[in-house]
Design a protein around this ligand. Structure first.
Ligand SMILES: [Zn+2]
Length: 457
């Protein structure tokens, strides 16, 4: 026992040391990139003085060399590059879409990039949010993203907005940029960003990726439609998925995010034809990309239409969470549908297992979730199948012996986070299983409160 305790102590000491060294390394990286930025700034100032006659387009020898492959493109050239260097883009969300968009925007030679994000880097972000790395887990995404951008190009000006975009700060932040990229994943943010862009007259490059599919379009560009012209009313809340709930193949937002950078670069440099009034639909499973024509600006649009009176004041007073029936925060919604009598905590459930209580545990997650990880002896009946599979629950209960107290076996329900389990219990009560109870917070609280080694996803 003593030697295994010693090994555990050693392991935690080493982990602490690694953590401390990683923190030191990030600090040093940041200091280096700050100093490099300062140095580049000084160099470009002296170069301009020496090359006054040559650099009519404002590009220093360093920048000419850095962007030579852009400059050699006949359709892009010095003119496109020069416009880029005077433009600014705001990227809202440094996640799956924002990651590739920001990397390419930093590389391309834009004058200024703004990054809005209130979140921190987590391990389960890294399969798609390629701007972040393991050393930044637990750090703010804006810090991680800004450091990655500056590593590529220390001459770009980066402004970090470590906050969620809300009606209280959006006008102020968005007004500082020429073009906006919506790289968020929820309905209230989409409406909020759209309306803010309409009010301030900014083009909006909008992207979405969910599962194996992606979408891209440009709103509010030179008389083209805005998001509300197409979707005057928000979708039903159940149709509004987020990748934290439904999964996403990492490379799909990667592709859409790159396309968002492309559209922003085209608008900033006045090169090519931005994807306004059209929408790109990507089906990654069949590798099909379709461009569909979408409706033009609607004269009836509440925000950009002919008779619209949507002012900055209206924007500030608009309740986007209420309008879309969805919270702005990315924190998962916690429902409370049952009275405390019909709920037990993960710890209480563990005690009942230890006491040998006769019971049946039904896990109502979809089958492919159940395959990732499950609690011992759980019976998987997805929420949508409960009515069809009532018989399975009855048989499972019958197979159990009554408890020593004589009471019949208990019925518990679990899911991932404790919302679907409550819906299932409500349904089971209606179906006659009147004592069914749910495990509060699902397998996530089991992992948190009972077994820290239990995998979460
Ligand atoms: Zn509109």
């Amino acid at each position: 026992m003593a030697s295994s305790d010693g090994a555990v102590d050693d392991a935690s000491r080493i982990r602490r040391e690694i953590e401390a060294l990683k923190n030191e390394r990030s600090d040093i990286d940041r200091q280096i990139s700050d100093l490099e930025t300062q140095l580049r700034g000084l160099q470009s100032k002296t170069e301009v003085v020496h090359n006054d006659g040559l650099a009519a387009h404002g590009l220093s020898p360093d920048l000419i060399y850095r962007h030579s492959r852009h400059l050699m493109l006949p359709s892009f050239g010095v003119q496109g590059q020069s416009k880029l260097s005077k433009s600014s883009v705001l990227v809202v969300g440094a996640g799956g879409l924002g990651s590739p968009a920001l990397l390419y925007l930093a590389a391309c030679g834009l004058g200024k990039i703004g990054i809005v994000d209130h979140d921190v880097v987590e391990l389960n972000n890294l399969h798609r949010q390629v701007i972040h790395s393991e050393e930044y887990i637990g750090s703010p995404k804006v810090e991680s993203a800004a450091a990655a951008c500056l590593k590529i190009n220390s001459t770009v000006l980066i402004t970090k907005h470590q906050e969620a975009l809300r009606t209280t700060n959006a006008l102020d932040i968005v007004s500082k940029y020429d073009i906006v990229i919506d790289a968020t994943d929820n309905a209230p943010s989409r409406y909020l960003i759209n309306d803010c862009c309409v009010v301030l007259g900014k083009p909006l490059v909008s992207g979405a990726a969910i599962g194996m599919e992606g979408q891209l379009t440009v709103y509010n560009y030179k008389g083209g439609p805005c998001y509300r012209c197409l979707f005057p009313l928000p979708p039903p809340t159940t149709a509004c998925q987020r990748c934290s709930d439904s999964g996403v193949l990492g490379v799909v937002p990667g592709i859409i995010g790159c396309l968002q950078a492309l559209e922003a670069i085209k608008i900033a440099s006045s090169v090519g034809e931005p994807l306004s009034g059209r929408m790109l639909l990507l089906d990654s499973l069949s590798t099909k990309i379709r461009i569909v024509k979408i409706r033009g600006r609607s004269s009836q649009c509440e925000v950009c239409g002919e008779n619209s009176f949507f002012t900055p004041q209206h924007f500030k007073g608009f309740d986007y969470e209420k309008f879309t029936q969805t919270p702005l925060s990315v924190a998962p919604v916690k429902l409370s549908l049952l009275t405390p009598d019909f709920r037990i905590t993960a710890k209480e459930y563990k005690q009942r297992i230890v006491q040998g209580e006769a019971h049946v545990l039904v896990d109502v997650r979809p089958e492919h979730h159940f395959k990732i990880v499950s609690l011992p002896n759980a019976l998987n009946i997805p929420l949508t199948m409960i009515e069809q599979r009532v018989g399975d629950i009855s048989s499972a209960l019958k197979e159990k012996q009554p408890n020593s107290s004589g009471s019949s076996p208990h019925l518990y329900v679990v899911c991932r986070r404790g919302n679907d389990s409550q819906r299932a219990v409500q349904l089971l009560h209606k179906l006659g299983f009147v004592a069914a109870r749910d495990i509060i917070g699902g397998i996530e609280s089991w992992a948190r409160e009972v077994d820290p080694k239990f995998p979460t996803y």
